[in-house]
Write a protein that binds this ligand. Structure first.
Ligand SMILES: Cc1cc2nc3c(=O)[nH]c(=O)nc-3n(C[C@H](O)[C@H](O)[C@H](O)COP(=O)(O)OP(=O)(O)OC[C@H]3O[C@@H](n4cnc5c(N)ncnc54)[C@H](O)[C@@H]3O)c2cc1C
Length: 461
């Protein structure tokens, strides 16, 4: 069979470009396809914040020069009543996302990757339960054509442009439930006065009043520029993100002199999809739901997914000829779930727990110092070592708040159970359905017992 490329990557976002760069560097013929024109690839509405921890791990140079807006050393989490603060230490950056991603694109192209820009990926080519490549449309000429590859990658972000067009029997989950998608909106604004934020911190405001089921953020980009936005759970009768952000500005007396850019988007905030490898195809980044369910940060996770995928694909292309099948690509899923997916799955339980807390409960937890910044960091990043932290939290609310105590106990149990399930992701694709059902049962229990509609308990009382 003839192939146009070893690997076809649909979507030249952050995940697609890191994968394209790694594979092209390793000598495989690689094609990136994106609907945007070349100079706008990487122009994505975003909070622009990323932890420093990813770059060395996957061998991508850190943001530098004009890609870098600020170096951040801590996240300050502010309570709904504005009276209490948790400080979570950790190094990170606010970036100029377009400039950072243009650098990744240039590096991928210099390493030998091909690029088709202004080209829309219409659907996968599917034959005998195998993905053979993609059908694309050139947006300048209208020409439609097929491109064939030994591996096809859906890296089209939350659109999941290939995933949603697969036959039903090829993949377990084609669509992401609205319940698990955050609707986010943000401005990049400038001030003609010193707004008084330390530019070495980012600020997270917890309150369902401004961001039902999510949070509001201020990410400084230098002294007088900031990325200010919010993410909400899009439940019925919820206020629109644009209105909510306006209210946040008013109540916090934030008065920018100029709006540099404004826009919204969606992020999947759930555990990774159960199946991210199939015959001839894998999913990477938001299309595989690899973003952090607690805060929606997905750039670093897409890079980790791409890095692991690059090693598994290289290995498969080296070992055999022709299309890589599900067994060749399955190690990507196993390694990703163990390295990153298990942690994110635990954070989905925390997300559901927090969405069910009232503002009063969050004020109580922060006022009584039931959890510290360091402990919050431990729960977010080290699920296996956080048993002691959970026990301390539960002891601290033992007196009086019985409803809260009960939910915390349930959350602790489900947080550990789902982590263990993801650490034991099936080595054999044949076992995936049974595993998927087991995980769904854990998530259903969390939704039934922990979640309460953040709009109802805030606005419709
Ligand atoms: C408002 C907002 C704020 C956010 N803030 C942060 C943050 O501060 N930090 C963080 O880490 N993450 C943040 N995220 C999430 C982050 O942007 C994503 O998780 C990340 O971009 C995922 O990378 P990706 O490569 O999977 O997809 P993307 O970066 O979305 O890239 C997908 C690419 O595919 C292309 N594409 C899509 N469909 C097609 C098609 N049919 N044909 C051709 N090309 C196609 C797109 O043009 C795009 O270039 C935020 C998201 C939003 C919406």
């Amino acid at each position: 069979m003839d192939f146009d490329y070893d690997v076809i990557i649909a979507g030249a976002g952050i995940g697609g470009k890191v994968l394209g760069l790694k594979l092209a560097k390793a000598g495989y013929s690689t094609l990136l396809i994106d609907m945007k024109p070349r100079e706008k690839i990487g122009l994505k509405v975003c909070g622009d914040g990323i932890s420093a921890s990813y770059f060395d791990k996957i061998g991508i140079p850190k943001p530098q020069g004009d890609e870098l807006a600020s170096v951040i050393y801590a996240s300050e989490v502010i309570s709904p009543d504005k009276k209490h603060k948790l400080i979570v230490k950790g190094e990170g950056y606010t970036i100029d996302r377009l400039k950072f991603e243009q650098r990744l694109l240039n590096d991928a192209l210099k390493s030998g990757a091909g690029l088709m820009d202004e080209t829309s990926v219409l659907r996968p080519i599917v034959k005998n339960n195998f993905v053979h490549g993609v059908v694309v449309k050139n947006l300048k000429t209208g020409e439609v054509r097929e491109i064939r590859g030994r591996v096809t990658v859906d890296a089209t972000g939350q659109a999941g442009a290939l995933r949603i067009r697969l036959p039903n029997d090829m993949i377990l989950e084609k669509h992401i439930d609205k319940f698990d998608i955050a609707a986010a909106y943000r401005d990049i604004v400038e001030f003609d006065y010193d707004p008084g934020w330390g530019k070495e911190s980012i600020y997270i405001y917890l309150s369902h009043k401004y961001a039902p089921g999510g949070y509001t953020w201020i990410f400084p980009k230098g002294k007088r520029i900031a990325n200010i936005g919010l993410g909400v759970q899009p439940v019925k009768n919820g206020p629109t993100p644009v209105k909510l952000l306006k209210k946040f500005y008013e109540d916090w007396n934030i008065k920018p002199s100029k709006t540099i850019h404004t826009g919204g988007g969606f992020v999947p905030v759930r555990r990774p999809l159960s199946q991210i490898a199939l015959n001839g195809m894998i999913l990477v980044g938001d299309s595989a739901s690899q973003a952090n369910p607690l805060h929606g940060g997905g750039m670093g996770h897409a890079m980790i997914g791409a890095y692991i995928a690059s090693m598994v694909i290289s290995d498969g292309l080296e070992r055999k000829t022709g299309i890589l099948d599900i067994n060749d690509l399955w190690p990507y899923a196993v390694e990703y779930m163990q390295a990153d997916g298990a942690k994110n799955a635990s954070l989905e339980i925390i997300r559901i727990l927090l969405q069910g807390f009232t503002d009063e409960e969050i004020n109580f937890i922060m006022k009584e110092r039931i959890v510290s910044g360091e402990e919050l960091y431990q729960i977010e990043s080290k699920p296996k070592e956080s048993g002691g932290v959970w026990s301390k939290i539960i002891r601290a609310v033992m007196h009086g708040k019985f409803g809260l105590l009960n939910r915390l106990r349930i959350a602790k149990d489900l947080y550990s159970k789902i982590h263990e399930a993801f650490e034991n992701y099936p080595e054999n694709p044949k076992d995936i359905v049974e595993w998927h059902n087991k995980v769904n049962k854990i998530v259903k229990e969390a939704r039934d017992k922990l979640w309460r509609n953040p709009v109802e308990h805030t606005y419709l009382k």
